[in-house]
Design a binder for this molecule. Structure first.
Ligand SMILES: [Zn+2]
Length: 238
């Protein structure tokens, strides 16, 4: 009798909000994925990257983004360009390890300055596009590499062709078009069909107050991570 009553209340509540149980599941899954609070090794939408595409072992991507990358890679190969994934999905814990290593290294700056220095290239845990499984780093994460002849050629190919496979560069050079956010990253490309859904979900459901659980997280609101970093991207990727 009690269970029937609870069930009735649940159904009434769901219809009241005009949401099906499926919608609710989808919503909660988007919340966990955008914040990286999941394990890509066991998530149904994620696939392990084959070792022929990456020098790393045990790294994962969203399955649609993975298929798109393989198509792009094959096309690049025909132009004698070799594209390999050097970083893909990093969950909250992985990003926390990176962030806190950098946080502990800098003992002199006061907390907001300390966070801003890390934010030149690294995201706060729960705010990284690498959580989503849609974003990859290609060939190198060193700016100097993309000044080499080989790196320049690869970047030019990506600039001309990546959009045909659904990829966009979120961290272009800063200036009029992109005023805030991380420094330029020529290696970071985002599979935009899926990433756009996550960006829209962040816009509706995520605020600076959701950023917590690591050293220095109290600086998130002062810096306004959501406006200045999550949305501090190339407008073509929005
Ligand atoms: Zn990246």
């Amino acid at each position: 009798m009690k269970l029937t009553h609870q069930l009735f209340c649940l159904v009434a509540l769901l219809s009241l909000n005009n949401l099906s149980a499926e919608d609710l599941d989808k919503g909660s899954d988007l919340n966990t994925v955008i914040q990286g609070r999941f394990n890509p090794a066991t998530h149904k939408n994620f696939v392990k990257i084959d070792k022929k595409y990456t020098p790393k072992s045990g790294i994962y991507l969203n399955n649609e983004a993975y298929d798109a990358f393989i198509k792009m890679r094959e096309s690049a190969k025909k132009d004698n360009i070799d594209l390999n994934i050097v970083s893909a999905t990093r969950n909250f814990n992985g990003q926390k390890r990176i962030w806190e290593r950098k946080w502990k290294r800098d003992k002199l700056s006061e907390s907001v300055e300390r966070a801003k220095k890390i934010l030149r290239y690294s995201s706060m845990p729960s705010t990284s596009r690498h959580h989503w499984g849609t974003d990859i780093d290609i060939n190198s994460v060193a700016s100097a590499y993309f000044l080499s002849k080989k790196g320049q050629k690869e970047y030019l190919w990506l600039q001309n062709n990546a959009k045909d496979f659904g990829f966009c560069q979120p961290y272009t050079a800063k200036g009029e078009q992109r005023k805030t956010g991380y420094n330029e990253e020529k290696w970071h490309w985002s599979y935009i069909n899926i990433a756009k859904q996550y960006t829209n979900h962040v816009r509706e459901n995520f605020t600076n107050s959701h950023i917590h659980g690591f050293l220095g997280s109290e600086t998130a609101s002062d810096i306004d991570i959501v406006s200045n970093y999550i949305f501090g991207i190339n407008k073509d990727c929005l």
